[in-house]
Design a protein. Structure first.
Length: 289
C-alpha cells in the first residue's frame, strides 16, 4: 500500500506575523492578452474575485502593470472594504507601453510614485505585501530596497517582496532589509529556482510560484504519470500539479489565476488532495523526464 503523507499545512505566516492560506488567487487572467487591457465582461471578473474570497482565499496577488491598472481597480471594486483576514499583494517596478512592451523602472522616484498610485487604486492606506516586480540592473539594489523600506517605515506598505531573482541576489537583499516573500517561476516541470526556494525555507519567506501550472501546459495532454495519479485521485492534472506544490515545500504559496468560476473552484479543490510518498516520487521524476 502506498504510504500517505501528512496533510500539508494550509497556512503560512507572511513576514512571520500575517497569516494567509497557502493556495491563493492571482489576477493576471482578469486582463486581456499579454496582460493588456480588460478581458471579457467586467462583472464576470468581479464575480470571480468575490467567489475566490467566498471559497476561503485569503491571499490575492495582483500588480499595477496588469492592464495596466485594470487588475488593481477590479480588486478594489470587488472586495473593498477588505475583510480583516484578506491580504492584498501587489507589485511595482515595471512600466507597460504595450501588450508586449515591459520596461523595468526601479529608480527611487519611480518606485515611490508607483506605490502611491497602487494605494489609490486599491483604496487602502497600506499595502500588505508590496513586491518589486523586477530588480533594475541600472539602479543599485540598496537604493531600490531603501525606497521600499522607507515606504514601509512610513506605514504605506507592511511587507516587502521580490520577484524573479537568483539565490545570491536574495541573500544580498536579506542583508539590506527584511524580505517577506519571493516570486519566481516554479512548477512541477520547472524547478530551476530550487536554490531560491531553499533560501526561502531557511529564512521563513513565502515563495509565490508564478506559472504554477506551467502556463497551462500541466492541464493539457501528456505526462502519463501525472494523468495516472490524477485518475487515481479522481482529480484533474491541474489539481495534482497544485497539490504537488503544497506538498513539496511548506514555503510554497501558489496563486493560480483564472477568469472562470468553474476553474477557480477546481483549482481550490487541490487543497483537499493528499498525495502519497509514491505519488510524490513519480511526480518528482517528471522534472527530469
Amino acid at each position: 500500500m502506498p504510504t500517505a503523507l501528512p496533510s500539508p499545512g494550509h497556512s503560512f505566516l507572511l513576514g512571520g506575523e500575517l497569516p494567509v492560506r497557502r493556495l491563493g488567487y492571482g489576477t493576471a487572467q482578469l486582463t486581456g492578452p499579454g496582460y493588456w487591457g480588460p478581458r471579457g465582461d467586467r462583472q464576470d471578473a468581479l464575480a470571480v474575485l468575490r467567489a475566490a474570497v467566498e471559497q476561503g482565499v485569503t491571499l490575492i496577488d495582483t500588480a499595477d502593470n496588469y492592464g495596466p491598472d485594470v487588475a488593481e481597480e477590479l480588486v478594489a471594486e470587488a472586495l473593498h472594504p477588505y475583510r480583516e483576514d484578506l491580504v492584498i499583494a501587489t507589485k511595482g517596478g515595471v512600466v507597460r507601453t504595450g501588450d508586449s512592451a515591459w520596461h523595468i523602472a526601479g529608480r527611487p522616484e519611480q518606485l515611490r510614485a508607483m506605490c502611491e498610485a497602487s494605494l489609490r487604486r486599491l483604496r487602502t492606506d497600506r499595502i500588505d505585501l508590496y513586491q518589486l516586480h523586477r530588480l533594475d540592473p541600472q539602479v543599485p539594489m540598496a537604493e531600490q530596497l531603501g525606497t521600499l523600506d522607507a515606504l514601509r517605515q512610513e506605514g504605506k506598505i507592511r511587507h516587502i517582496g521580490l520577484d524573479t531573482l537568483t539565490a545570491e541576489q536574495l541573500e544580498q537583499a536579506l542583508s539590506l532589509t527584511g524580505i517577506a516573500s519571493v516570486q519566481n517561476r516554479f512548477n512541477l516541470l520547472d524547478r530551476s529556482s530550487d536554490a531560491v526556494l531553499k533560501v526561502c525555507e531557511t529564512h521563513g519567506l513565502a515563495f509565490l510560484p508564478w506559472f504554477p501550472l506551467a502556463n497551462g501546459a500541466l492541464t493539457r495532454e501528456g505526462a502519463a504519470a501525472l494523468a495516472l495519479i490524477a485518475d487515481r485521485h479522481g482529480a484533474t492534472r491541474g489539481q495534482i500539479a497544485l497539490a504537488w506544490l503544497l506538498h513539496h515545500s511548506p514555503a510554497l504559496c501558489p496563486t493560480p489565476g483564472t477568469g472562470s468560476p468553474v476553474h477557480l473552484t477546481e483549482n481550490l479543490r487541490a487543497r483537499e488532495i493528499l498525495l502519497s510518498t509514491e505519488d510524490m516520487s513519480r511526480l518528482d521524476a517528471l522534472a527530469s523526464a
